[in-house]
Design a protein around this ligand. Sequence first.
Ligand SMILES: Nc1ncnc2c1ncn2[C@@H]1O[C@H](COP(=O)(O)OP(=O)(O)OP(=O)(O)O)[C@@H](O)[C@H]1O
Length: 595
Amino acid sequence: MKELKHLNKYLFKYKYLLLLGTIFIIISNIFVIIPAQVVRYSVDIITADVYLNNMFDGFDIQEHFGSIFIFNIVICALAILVMALLRGTFLFLVRQTVIVMSRHIEYDLKNEIYAHYQTLPLSFYRKNNTGDLMARISEDVSKVRMYLGPAIMYGINLISLFLMVIPIMFLVNAKLTLYSLLPLPILSISIYYVSDIMNRRSEEIQRSLSGLSTYVQEAFSGVRVLKAFVRENSSVQEFAKESSTYKDKSLRLTFVNALFFPLIMSLIGLSVILTIFIGGTQVINGTITFGNIAEFIMYVNILTWPVTALGWVTSIIQRAEASQERINEFLNIKTDIVSRQNVQKPIQGKITFDEVGFVYEDSGIEALDKVSFSVNPGESLAIIGTTGSGKSTVANLIPRMFDSTSGAIYIDDVDIQDYDLSNLRKQIGYVPQDVFLFSDTIKDNIGFGNGNLPEEKIVQASKDADLFDNISQFKDGFDTRIGERGISLSGGQKQRVSIARALVRDPQILILDDCLSAVDTKTENAILNSLKKIMIGKTSIIISHRVSSAKLADKVIVLDNGRIIEQGTNESLLASNGVYKELYDKQLQADEVEE
Ligand SMILES: Nc1ncnc2c1ncn2[C@@H]1O[C@H](COP(=O)(O)OP(=O)(O)OP(=O)(O)O)[C@@H](O)[C@H]1O
């Protein structure tokens, strides 16, 4: 129960619902107990009536007994009916309070987890896969809700019924009470084991089902590769194999399910037999009446479900504890990207890297080694280098996607770790290497994160990213939906939507991480030229494999294996006949071949 303590704050928040629920449970149980006593009374009347009937057989008074008997029985039947209706009403109210409370907490907990996910750094997302993140916010929260709703409800019900019914039973007859309750602990323990097996098997099925869905999803999204490599048949066979695992697991669960009810029924039957047998001998001894036996059978029935639920509830609590442990594990992770001084101010855009080093913690790869450079506001810097030379790492360090492992980075001569994080990021336009667009309209993809931007700004950004003409050709213009249920954009168009998204924020620093790779040199030139105009007084960093992206930049640095091997202007680097010149010549030749 240690992990579940996290939920106490929510139970406190909804304490009135919980308190009302408890009161309703107690009231509903009163309406369960009274009918048992009414039944005892009725049976005793019937026995007395049969006895008197036999005694006064042939007398006029016999008729009189008959009408009193019928009157009594009708009153008892009506009383039982009214109790059943009242019980139903209060059970409804119990669910409207306790189960409603569990749904409220489920909602709050999901929001808490999601909000916490948003505070965590990129390194957290690299370490944990998406499936795991989703499982904790959906499946684990559902399991925790089972504890907050049904488990708490049946738990309170069990305690209140035990406290109310068992003393009454003992008052009637202690020996009969002990015998009739004897099979119930066995019932509870067996249910615990059976429901544990059932839960484990259901989880196996769940896992197998999600494996099956992932397989199908990949097969559909990768259908082009699948067809191109003629893998249809093997895909069908693989699917049949996965399906068969799912079927076998389902059959294993069906087997345990089939055992569940016969087990409960036989143990309840055993209780009833014991009650009748022991009760019968007590009646013969004159210690109790026939009515008491009927009353006891009803009490046993009343206690059966809560006792059955005890095993089930224990298993739910154990599972909830395990799930909450997984949730707490994430909730206890705190982001290490924090601000030291919370500096909030408009930035000019001067960027300084001072002997910056970076090692990826998980792989131990040293991506940057003592990288130093400086760019002034209004300047543009091109970072050129081969694959894996550390260019994207530089780009990620500026908006503090992660922090450098050595050295320091300054913006306007203030250490970036001193800036308020959102204040800093809001002034940086970052276009990542892998374009990500949402299944939404082009307009909303460009305006992402910027609320209700005026249409003109979106249009202007799309013009600056050389995208406007493309969008105008679509029937719905900026309202065209992209993604799953909309049109597909070409690689170059996607890159330009992503650029427009950064430009629309009017950033003081713009970082383009190899995001012109899918556009032709003509479009690249058009975009770079418009950037020159809009980035006056602002800083731009253009990362690329292609030397063509660097020629308009004020400064160029060449990275190799995490180190700066050359830096200067396009002209000075060409003149110095080094790696940059070599790359330039190679790419020039390649372009000529293409033409
Ligand atoms: N998330 C990561 N975890 C571990 N190592 C990484 C990670 N990302 C990059 N690396 C490693 O760090 C080095 C630099 O990678 P980086 O992405 O900065 O290179 P790049 O110059 O941008 O390459 P490309 O042009 O191919 O995008 C590479 O050796 C890469 O394998």
